[in-house]
Design a protein. Structure first.
Length: 52
């Protein structure tokens, strides 16, 4: 199966997942890092360097 066919087949699922992730962003560096890393609050607190 070609990549574009796979994308078309799952377009709604991809769009919904992307929109859900965007809803978690609040404009902070912390929320952007959480989204990109898939990290939770506890993990970021352990890493340090991010204000809430």
């Amino acid at each position: 199966m070609r990549q574009d066919e796979n994308i078309e087949r799952h377009r709604d699922e991809i769009e919904n997942a992307a929109l859900e992730e965007l809803r978690t962003l609040d404009g902070s560096t912390r929320s952007a890092v959480q989204m990109l890393m898939g990290a939770g609050d506890v993990e970021l607190d352990e890493l340090g360097g991010f204000s809430k």
